[in-house]
Design a protein around this ligand. Sequence first.
Ligand SMILES: [Zn+2]
Length: 348
Amino acid sequence: MRYIKASKRIDLLKDAANENGWSIDVIGQTKNGLDLFVFRNKPGEQTDICAWSLMHGNEPTGFNALLYFMQQPGIARSWSIFPIVNPNGADSFERFNADSIDINRDARNLNSLEALSLSNWVLKEMPSLALNLHDQRSCFYPKGKNVPASFSLLAPKGNRDYETSSQSIAINCCSWMANELKVDYPEGVGKFDDSFYPSAFGEYFQESNIPTITLETGIGLNDWARAGVSKSLGELLFSLDKNFQSALSCKLKSYQKLPKNVNNAQDWICITSSGPYEIRIIESVKDQKHSRFWKVIGPGELDKKYWFSSELISTSVKLTPGQILDDDLVRFLGGTAINDVDIFNFSN
Ligand SMILES: [Zn+2]
């Protein structure tokens, strides 16, 4: 499910919590009074793992995975989960919060109440591992591979100049994750840009001596709505729960060997007599209704990666940047209409 109202997401979380014995706590509120919920499976015990999602409101895959995880019986470790960090952004399917703040750049300034609650919560829990769950755009792919990065792993730097002990533990765990993910995604796992962004939460918690991983989920070529990726992430969390100590001490170096992400793949290149065009799938939420459509971006670049291509060189057709294509025009251009095949499958 790519989009549902934030209130509906909270109902689903509460149902899962009540059915599976998770506690429900409000740890803060947004400026406009929306509650920020944390769920714990073993309240009162030292927390092993903190995990959060929907810090960026248009990145729901981590939420779907956490909900799936909360529904599983037999969880061994002590988890504390903050599935909707940015309820206003989740409601409007926007990256930023209601004050246009990027919460993931607000770890030091704490200008947003959401960042303040996230920071206070994690520093109070002092977990053995923190998981920062995000989505990434379809333009990302592991360098040298011909598939999108369905998963990107990052053990953020805790210091600009040297590897902190928390980063070392995060690297171990990323190596364990890379090995697990490669079973189902032999090509589609990359290493995220590990530049030092001190204002981001990953770096901030890493510096605060909490091993932290930023995990970015992307599309699969047959999974544009990320339903399969979200289930795989949920299963990865369940496996992490069962193999926690070995994950934290994994010495396989698989993370270091992952190809780095490149970010210039195009969704669809349509070659016409007036040149190649880049056309992209756009998701949009208006009045709490989710839609998706193909939109012309501008001239396409044939020497860069693309996931679909079509050729229409005999007919003269002029496309305009910003133009939204209806299904008939998409088919005329040799493209795949979003409702024609289940690889897009945005409804579930
Ligand atoms: Zn994000």
